[in-house]
Design a binder for this molecule. Structure first.
Ligand SMILES: Cc1cc2nc3c(=O)[nH]c(=O)nc-3n(C[C@H](O)[C@H](O)[C@H](O)COP(=O)(O)OP(=O)(O)OC[C@H]3O[C@@H](n4cnc5c(N)ncnc54)[C@H](O)[C@@H]3O)c2cc1C
Length: 263
């Protein structure tokens, strides 16, 4: 029995928002595109672009700080809505269906996930749960888990074949027949079944996700993913996520302390 196994998630940053600026307003700042957009949005609220910014119909006041300090203040006063004007899109692969079941509870993120109704899962991969991985690839826990996954895949193939045969005999063929067979056979697949999902969120939504999922309270697999996401976000926007602290938790695994929490 040969199974394709994932030992860790594969996290790819697929897309990010651009900052184009407003050519008719004389203002610029340092920072990454997302950080510039957030600062611009915050400054618009108080027209603090500087005295000669040229905002039509208004006098503007002098801005006192640079991007890092400005965003620090936004975090401190929890002016969270200005952190919504941007988006990062990730591709997550090598994650389990149980992870994505938790992930999709985050209602401010957007999702497109591999369909088990349309896709034939006869050769699906499985994600080794971190706890089982800790036990080691020679352990009884791992062997039990591996055997169960292999059995579920074999059962899936068998049931899929039976369903396709019966539906075919009834004249239900083509996409409709395949979909009906696959959507039923998938009921035999375990939570460890590997899946792929594209997820988009703005800075505020990702902060909340990291705040809830990158720590000891979260399940280990999603926690590991949340730490990876936080790592990429801090590279993407170090000022916007300046309060993220990557530390080893008392349980020996990485976590992210989000200084200002969800905003
Ligand atoms: C450690 C842990 C254990 C968990 N255990 C369970 C469990 O046993 N069973 C279970 O079902 N779930 C469980 N969850 C999931 C949890 O209940 C949430 O569904 C999930 O974390 C999404 O977060 P959120 O509710 O903050 O909402 P998000 O969808 O991420 O929204 C972010 C914020 O937006 C606001 N918001 C969003 N939607 C609404 C709304 N409709 N009305 C008002 N405000 C809104 C809230 O302020 C919310 O915090 C667990 C989560 C964690 C982190």
């Amino acid at each position: 029995m040969s199974l394709h196994l994932y030992l860790e998630p594969k996290v790819t940053l697929l897309a990010r928002s651009e900052y184009l600026g407003a050519p008719h307003i004389k203002w610029d700042t340092e920072g990454t595109p997302a950080e510039k957009t957030v600062e611009f949005s915050g400054r618009l609220c108080y027209l603090s672009f500087g005295e000669d910014a040229g905002v039509e119909g208004h006098t503007t006041v002098k801005g006192r700080t640079g991007n890092r300090d400005y965003l620090k203040h936004i975090l401190e006063v929890r002016h969270g809505s200005v952190a919504e004007h941007n988006a990062w899109t990730f591709l997550f692969e090598g994650v389990s269906r149980s992870l994505t079941h938790e992930l999709v509870r985050h209602r401010h993120l957007s999702f497109s996930q591999l369909s088990q109704r349309y896709v034939d899962e006869s050769n699906l991969a499985f994600v080794v749960p971190p706890e089982v991985l800790d036990a080691g690839l020679e352990s009884n826990e791992y062997m039990l888990w591996l055997t169960a996954c292999g059995q579920s895949r074999d059962n899936y193939r068998d049931l899929l074949g039976m369903l396709e045969q019966r539906l075919g005999a009834q004249g239900v063929t083509g996409t409709a027949g395949k979909k009906r067979a696959r959507q039923t056979a998938r009921s035999l697949l375990p939570n460890s079944a590997e899946t792929k999902i594209v997820v988009t969120g703005n800075a505020r939504a990702w902060r909340h996700f990291v705040n809830l999922r990158a720590n000891e309270n979260a399940e280990r697999e999603i926690r590991r993913l949340a730490v990876d996401v936080a790592d990429i976000l801090t590279e993407e926007a170090p000022n916007l996520f300046q309060d993220f602290a990557f530390v080893v938790a008392p349980d020996g695994f990485m976590k992210v302390d989000v200084g200002h929490g969800s905003i």
